[in-house]
Ligand binder design. Structure first.
Ligand code: PGA
Length: 245
């Protein structure tokens, strides 16, 4: 249980068509009537194809919409298949996830991520910057070094605390049902908070209605980046409700 301001970010990944938007009115209704609504910020990050129709469904709801990645350039260019941050802003996105481990694994490195963050901020988007260690790195006990490097290079020459939300997502926890032990998670979040003061730090990785109570016992977390469970409206609402009681 908590009483502080929390972010609930839904990362739909590469899931969803127009019919996936049909249950969003339940979240809108829930949020409208939720007693603690002043304490929370809900952001949906659907595939880019759904940004516009989703905004229509969420009209006047105070729920915001973001994208899941962007190209590093602010300009139009011959980059088949890519979308840049200005284009995302143009269709109404307010946020963009950058540095997600699924994209790091596909080849994005810290320097590219740094350029993407700069371009997103320049375009007027806020950034959800993801960091996290793999299971191999955890076994080697180099989590802190890995996070330090991702932060150092990812945020190089950027000092925009109010434009960036950091999401700590251990790679071994994403989509596996595993979450870090509370003490371990508390310590890692504290470590990140010490490194980059005054940033909001979220946790992501297998957050669901069953483990949310154990997560809310960790009082230095500023919210959650929810993947799989966020595609199920009931589960996502449950996560929010259970955070506050
Ligand atoms: P998960 O994904 O909640 O399905 O583990 C989280 C994420 O990848 O952002």
């Amino acid at each position: 249980m908590t009483n502080k301001y929390m972010f609930f970010i839904a990362n739909w990944k590469m899931y969803g068509g127009l019919n996936s938007l049909n249950s969003l009115h339940k979240v809108v209704k829930f949020f409208k009537n939720f007693k603690k609504k002043k304490f929370i910020k809900i952001i949906y990050c659907p595939p880019s194809t759904l940004i516009r129709p989703m905004l229509k469904k969420l009209k006047n709801s105070n729920i915001e919409v973001g994208a899941q990645n962007c190209h590093e350039s602010n300009y139009y260019g011959a980059y088949t298949g890519s979308i840049n941050s200005s284009m995302l802003k143009n269709v109404g996105a307010k946020y963009v996830i950058i540095g997600h481990s699924e994209n790091r694994q596909a080849g994005e490195n810290d320097r590219l991520i740094n350029r993407k963050i700069k371009s997103a901020i320049k375009a007027g988007l806020k950034v959800i910057f993801c960091i996290g260690e793999t299971s191999k790195e955890k076994r080697k006990k180099i989590t802190k070094q890995v996070l330090s490097k991702q932060i150092k290079f990812g945020l190089a020459n950027i000092n925009k605390k109010n434009k960036i939300i950091v999401a700590y997502e251990p790679v071994w926890s994403i989509g596996t049902g595993l979450i870090p032990k509370p003490k371990e998670l508390y310590e890692t979040i504290s470590f990140i908070k010490k490194k980059i003061k005054d940033y909001k730090i979220l946790y992501g990785g297998s957050v669901n209605p069953k483990n949310i109570h154990s997560l809310t016992s960790i009082d230095n977390i500023d919210g959650y980046l929810v993947g799989g469970a966020s595609q199920d409206t009931k589960k996502f609402i449950d996560i929010i409700k259970k955070t506050y009681n």
